[in-house]
Design a protein around this ligand. Structure first.
Ligand code: 9MR
Length: 548
């Protein structure tokens, strides 16, 4: 049986126009399937067959139905297949507006990466602090997302007072912690990782404070205690390196089989999925996960990422794409696989570089919050059909490999001219025809002006081939109601080469002043920097940058 409890308002059926990273791709060849997920109160769904969506029951407001044909986010696609697609997040990141815009729109589920762990929640015995965890729950409520509680019992991020307790007091401390936290979040998390990472890599039990005090019986006790506090939450055991068949997975299978046989209230097994291209894809992942599902449990991929030794190259990226694809396929191939969570969606906040020296690039979005090939792989594998020719699809890497760099030698932000200097750089391996390329620099006009003038003051490629114009946006958004559009009447750009300086200028017909300080594409850097706030399009499809 699979179900997911969402909290907060329903998400819109279709992404609002103009939202960063909103996707308007046409989905082809996907059978419409209706997904309805109840909000607020417990949602109990019917057991799905693969590809069939859970049906909401109960009196709570149902999420607006989303058909696969209308799906536009990874979560929409996953929901159309009866699963969720989620991301980890963490409190410091929640003040990054560009980050939260994607976090709140692309994912149907979030997991707090740190803020529900023991050292955060109960740093001193009996003193509970839910501030950080509550902030993540609030974000989820605002965005209609489900929350996986992570985690109640783990050897790591465990305050030293627990490990210092006399053995005779550990059980009571553990039960008190679980009871307090699971009660606090009752009705607000749909699942708990009750016990995290109980095994060493060879399949022996970790000898942490809990094991030392209670032997492996601490695990059953933890589940019973969590169930008593929140009988509706799905209770998981969660670990890494159990994705493929092997001794650690066998140890987990033996433990879980025993828990089920003993009637312990366990509902699922979480396969973290911290993969690395240099170690190969987990052996027989789907079959391995299936045997756990066959015990009558839900399974999920709870912390997926695919790291590599830096720098990335085409071979490593191809492996990464393949691993993401295989992981999605493994989940979709198991009717009891309820969803996939990536361990934060962007390299900007990935845990990998801080833990594995020289490794990174593990996430589907890069450090600039631009989607990578891995994103397209996930999108396609979940049933979406990418349409690189679809304009207005920010973040779609499209068919070209081009970026724009920007500098601003005009220190006056309040005079009658906007003077961006740009250069286009071909970052791909094939020549780009500049007559297919357009660039958009977004700004606000600030006061009524009947007309605009746009000029090329200098271009290394020759101003004769540079065609600037000012376009009015259909609707004003924060930081933009117009954009300077640059196209080219001739020219091409070889791999690795740049157009060199293109110095542009915009003024209003009435020569009134701009206030550039709040313009979406404006920057104050006087040397070239990559400029994801300036859009670059090939054939009308965004290949670089994010629209405002
Ligand atoms: O993402 C978490 C990172 O910020 C912490 O520093 C780290 C400390 O152990 O924990 C990370 O999350 C882990 C998760 O809780 C359990 N599975 C492994 C994850 C990556 O280390």
């Amino acid at each position: 049986m699979t179900w997911i409890r969402r909290i907060g308002p329903s998400r819109p059926e279709v992404e609002p126009a103009g939202r960063p990273q909103a996707r308007g791709r046409a989905l082809k060849g996907v059978l419409p399937a209706v997904v309805a997920v109840a909000l607020g109160a417990l949602t109990v769904g019917l057991a799905p067959t693969a590809g069939a969506a859970p049906v909401a029951t109960g009196s709570a407001t149902a999420r607006t139905a989303v058909s696969a044909a209308e799906a536009s986010t990874l979560d929409d696609l996953a929901q159309a297949k009866g699963r969720y697609f989620g991301s980890a997040t963490d409190n410091p990141e929640l003040s990054d507006a560009a980050y939260t815009s994607i976090l709140g729109s692309e994912f149907g589920q979030i997991t707090p990466g740190n803020s529900m762990k023991w050292d955060t929640i109960e740093p001193s015995q009996g003193q509970f602090n839910y501030t950080k965890g509550d902030a993540v729950v609030s974000f989820a409520k605002e965005h209609g997302q489900a929350v996986r509680g992570h985690n109640l019992v783990w050897h790591n991020q465990l305050p030293s007072w627990v490990s210092s307790l006399p053995s005779s007091q550990v059980q009571a401390a553990m039960e008190n912690h679980i009871t307090n936290e699971a009660t606090h979040y009752k009705g607000q998390v749909f699942a708990w990782d009750v016990v995290n990472e109980p095994f060493n890599d060879d399949g022996t039990y970790r000898t942490d404070a809990f094991y030392n005090a209670m032997g492996k019986d601490y695990i059953a006790d933890a589940f019973r205690t969590a169930h008593a506090a929140d009988p509706d939450a799905k209770l998981y055991i969660n670990d890494y390196n159990i994705e493929g068949q092997g001794s650690k997975a066998d140890a987990m299978y033996a433990l879980v089989s025993e828990l089920v046989a003993d009637g312990v209230p366990i509902d699922g097994v979480g396969f973290q999925g911290h993969l690395a291209v240099q170690y190969g894809f987990p052996y027989n992942m789907q079959a391995n996960m299936q045997r756990f599902a066959d015990l009558g449990l839900d399974v999920s991929i709870t912390e997926l990422d695919v790291r590599m030794q830096l720098p990335a190259d085409a071979t490593k990226v191809a492996s990464q794409n393949s691993y993401y694809k295989q992981a999605v396929d493994a989940c979709l191939g198991i009717s009891r696989c309820v969803g996939i969570t990536i361990w934060d969606y962007t390299d900007k906040y990935s845990w990998v570089p801080g833990t594995f020296n020289g490794e990174g690039s593990a996430c589907p979005w890069d450090e600039n919050l631009q989607t990578k090939e891995a994103y397209d792989t996930l999108y396609t594998e979940l049933g979406g059909t990418t349409d690189p020719g679809d304009p207005g699809d920010p973040g779609d890497p499209g068919s070209g490999a081009l970026k724009v760099q920007y500098k601003n030698a005009d220190s006056a932000v309040d005079d009658s001219a906007i003077r961006p200097t740009l250069q286009l750089v071909n970052t791909g391996s094939s020549t780009v025809d500049l007559t297919d390329v357009t660039v958009r620099y977004w700004f606000t006009a600030d006061s009524a002006a009947g007309s605009f003038g746009a000029w090329c003051d200098y271009a290394a490629v020759g101003c004769a081939s540079v065609k600037p114009s000012v376009q009015t946006m259909a609707g004003a958004v924060l930081g933009a109601d117009h954009y300077l559009e640059v196209s080219f009447s001739s020219g091409s750009l070889a791999p690795g080469s740049s157009t060199g300086d293109i110095q542009l200028r915009v003024s209003k017909g009435d020569w009134s002043s701009f206030d550039e300080s709040d313009d979406y594409s404006h920057g104050s850097n006087t040397t070239y920097q990559d400029a994801p706030e300036i859009g670059t399009y090939i054939g009308g499809a965004v290949v670089y940058g994010t629209e405002p």
